[in-house]
Design a protein. Structure first.
Length: 333
């Protein structure tokens, strides 16, 4: 156990489990709970918090993420700040929790909101997408009909039979804007047919159709609907390689390793001509709150994690239908 000098920043971390209301299915499998890792940094009686979701797709586990967070106890006690953190840990879930916790602590120490400290405009409410879980066309149409009053729906797809799913969902929600997310489940062979099905249904955006290591086909095919990178994009360093393949990028703080890199990445992505989606994993409002700063410049906001939970944490973000409001200081920032 490391002892903390008086006045220094101290750190605690923990794994939390938040039940999902029902289940949530994407092409990679079904989930019944959100497993998140929380970092808390304290100094002078004030505590900053950050939450992340480790993603097995990128080789992350909750246990290893917690260990990586706890390994920063010494550097933090020795004065490492949020800026120095960027070079001390790789981009990913662990750095995200710490980066957001340090930002929260900075705001609390200054007695100001984090957007004022960062020189960004105060966040406004934004309309979030609402996600429809992967299932049969009939089950997805039924779930979609219940959400058809929402302005923006994100439809999870799975490969075989996606044209039928897309058509069924469009019929069930004639007025909603539709984004689809294949989570890498399409192939070069079914790409053209699935793109055409999306165009026919008036889909606005297709997220990660092909596996991240097999997406060169997007360079060669005419894209009748805009295509967004998710699993193919992580932080600023990955943007350049996406030119010509993708029209938009899904920025998630668990991939960028926090808000600090996410803000820089959003600026860089816009400069390269990409549209921005701000995305999330299944998580509580503590993980969504910092993402609300990126949401301000995003064409697509996908911050519906808490809407899928049986219960959100105290002082959670206010959701009024699909309108999501900026965080109170009691939650974060
Ligand atoms: C509440 C929605 C799921 C959040 C968002 N709208 C969304 O669609 N995000 C997905 C990421 C899906 O989340 C997954 C997938 C997975 O295979 C495993 C996990 C999670 C997750 O949140 N926790 C576990 C690790 C997207 O954009 O792809
Ligand atoms: Mg996605």
């Amino acid at each position: 156990m490391t002892s903390t000098p008086p006045g220094a920043v101290s750190l605690t971390g923990r794994i939390e489990r938040w039940p999902i209301a029902g289940t949530f299915t994407i092409s990679r499998g079904t989930k019944t709970e959100a497993v998140v890792v929380v970092a808390e940094v304290s100094q002078g009686g004030l505590t900053g918090r950050g939450e992340c979701v480790p993603y097995p797709r990128y080789g992350e586990t909750p246990e290893a993420t917690l260990q990586a967070i706890q390994a920063m106890q010494g550097p933090l006690a020795n004065g490492m700040d949020r800026i120095a953190l960027q070079a001390s840990m790789p981009a990913g879930a662990a750095r995200n929790a710490l980066d957001c916790a340090l930002a929260d602590l900075e705001a609390k120490r200054a007695g100001r909101r984090i957007w004022n400290l960062l020189g960004r405009p105060a966040p406004e409410p934004r309309t979030t997408a609402y996600t429809i879980s992967l299932g049969t066309p009939e089950a997805m149409a039924e779930a979609t009909a219940k959400a058809a009053h929402r302005a923006l729906l994100k439809i999870k797809l799975g490969g075989d039979g996606d044209a039928a799913r897309i058509a069924a969902v469009r019929k069930a929600a004639p007025a909603s804007e539709l984004v689809v997310d294949a989570n890498e489940a399409w192939t070069e062979d079914n790409l053209a047919a699935n793109l055409a099905a999306c165009a026919d249904a008036g889909v606005t955006l297709i997220e990660q159709p092909l596996p991240a290591d097999k997406d060169e086909a997007l360079l060669r095919i005419k894209r009748p609907v805009a295509v967004c990178a998710d699993e193919s994009v992580h932080d600023r360093a990955s943007l350049e390689g996406l030119r010509g393949r993708y029209d938009a990028v899904n920025i998630k703080l668990d991939k960028t390793g926090g808000l600090t890199e996410a803000l820089a990445m959003a600026d860089a992505a816009r400069a390269l001509g990409f549209e921005i989606m701000i995305g999330c994993m299944v998580a509580t409002s503590l993980a969504m709150a910092p993402a609300m700063l990126i949401a301000q410049a995003a064409r697509f906001v996908d911050l519906d994690g808490p809407l899928l939970l049986a219960k959100d944490r105290d002082n959670g973000l206010r959701y009024d239908g699909s309108l999501v409001y900026p965080p109170d200081a009691a939650l974060w920032g």
